[in-house]
Design a protein around this ligand. Structure first.
Ligand code: ATP
Ligand code: MG
Length: 427
């Protein structure tokens, strides 16, 4: 039978079978960001369209063709956020957060882009991102990269490599831009339609083209790294020294330009060959001009965003199981008295043991039915309360996952059992 409703194309449900992976990844990333002294900021999913046009740039894939833009009832043009940086900078300026000369922030949540859905590319996807404001040197760039490397290490991510480049200062880029336009003009006949259009509006983006026919042309283009200004050169050199000092390996990728307009100096991506064409799991860089461009002071900034779908796909293929959220115990109750006592027992246990995940049998059912439900709940133990147990003030424990004999304990000994078997609180 055809389903009456289907989800919007490119917008996915995360089902109970998947959410342990999400929860595990999110908890690990959050712990690491917090351990580096980053504070969470929560931002609206919707902003004025103009904010994204101004920050991301009008001649970018995102603004030209990927944004979910609509007029609200007042006639204001709004957009679902395609990324987090613009909203974060807007909030920092508007709320005066940048009066604090240095800010380290992180955020997470869904982003929306109207792209062609395929493996690793969706219309609603999720990022965890970081923005650091007020620090101009390569030390903070190194900190961000160290932090991402620690995320991969803690999660056990395999086969990711760091690619690094510098886009130089605005002035250096302007000089390079002229050379690049000259070169691209000379190959005008061979350019694809998008690249021809961008030849004058945003020629650097031509280097970011994914069009197969463009790859040979891009390979022969002049290299920005060869035309860096002294300041950016030194910035990059020191960043490389920092990375070597902590043993983080990388390759310089002179073609790495990133799809957004606002970057300057450092840009980086963490890339894997194991996710097909959508191999970038994290992308970031420095955007020293953006705060001013959005109406704030001249404040340097650097950030990155991790694409959670891609990270989770990579981890899932390596057997990562994430954060187990199944209950430890399932309370089986047989007989009228047991049913009456059961809810009180369940609530008493929950009061005493906040770490206990206990599922309570609802809708009655035979002993066999309840045990089946207990098994399906993925619980470790069935706690069994029947008339016999009520009469003798005991409780039976059936081990559902290990080959261990069922046992009956005095009710008063249940606390000892839980003390021995529940995971210890971590703090
Ligand atoms: P791509 O080149 O793959 O389109 P991008 O440069 O557009 O990436 P960013 O804007 O830098 O991506 O976003 C940071 C990260 O967010 C990406 O590296 C990727 O992991 C993830 N991401 C971006 N777009 C999508 C999408 N449509 N679906 C899933 N993940 C995405
Ligand atoms: Mg993209």
């Amino acid at each position: 039978m055809a389903k009456l409703f289907q989800a919007v194309r490119g917008m996915n449900d995360a089902l109970p079978a998947d959410t342990p992976l999400w929860a595990g990844v999110e908890a690990t990333l959050r712990d690491i960001l917090v351990s580096y002294g980053y504070q969470e900021i929560r931002l609206p999913l919707v902003e004025k369209t103009e904010l994204f046009a101004r920050s991301i740039g009008t001649v970018t894939d995102i603004v030209e063709k990927e944004m979910y833009t609509f007029n609200d009832r007042n006639g204001d043009s709004l957009a679902l956020r395609p990324e987090g940086t613009a909203g974060c900078v807007r909030a920092c300026i508007e709320q005066g957060l940048l009066r604090n000369p240095m800010q380290r922030l992180w955020y997470g949540g869904p982003m929306f882009r109207h792209e062609r859905p395929q493996q690793g590319r969706y219309r609603q996807f999720h990022q965890i991102g970081v923005e650091a404001f007020g620090m101009a040197g390569p030390d903070i760039d190194a900190e961000l990269i160290c932090m991402t490397a620690r995320c991969w290490q803690r999660l056990g991510v395999q086969d990711v490599a760091l690619e690094l480049n510098s886009l130089g200062t605005r002035e250096a880029r302007a000089a390079y831009r002229e050379r690049l336009v000259g070169y691209l003009e000379s190959r005008r006949e061979d350019l694809d339609e998008d690249s021809r259009r961008r030849l004058h509006s945003n020629p650097l983006r031509v280097l970011d083209s994914k069009h197969p026919a463009m790859q040979a042309i891009i390979a022969e283009a002049p290299v920005l790294l060869d035309h860096l200004d002294l300041e950016s050169r030194q910035h990059l050199d020191r960043l490389q020294e920092f990375l070597s000092a902590v043993g983080i390996t990388y390759t310089l990728n002179t073609r790495l330009v990133r799809g957004l307009d606002y970057y300057s100096k450092t840009v980086f991506e963490w890339v894997t060959g194991r996710l097909g064409a959508q191999g970038t799991i994290c992308a970031g860089g420095r955007y020293d001009g953006l705060v001013e461009q959005l109406g704030g002071a001249e404040i340097p900034a650097v950030g990155f965003a991790i694409g959670l779908e891609r990270l989770i796909a990579l981890l899932g293929s390596d057997g990562y199981t994430g954060l187990d959220q199944s209950p430890q115990a399932y309370l089986v109750m047989v007989g009228e008295q047991a049913e009456r006592r059961g809810l009180i027992l369940a609530e008493t246990l929950r009061n005493a043991w906040p770490a206990l995940h206990l599922q309570f049998n609802c809708s009655g059912g035979s002993f066999k039915t309840q045990l089946k439900r207990a098994d399906r709940s993925r619980a470790q133990w069935a706690l069994i309360l029947g008339q016999e147990e009520i009469d003798s003030d005991t409780i039976a424990i059936k081990f559902l996952r290990e080959a261990q004999e069922q046992t009956t304990l005095p009710m008063a000994a249940l606390d000892d059992f839980l003390r021995d078997h529940l995971p210890q609180p971590t703090q």
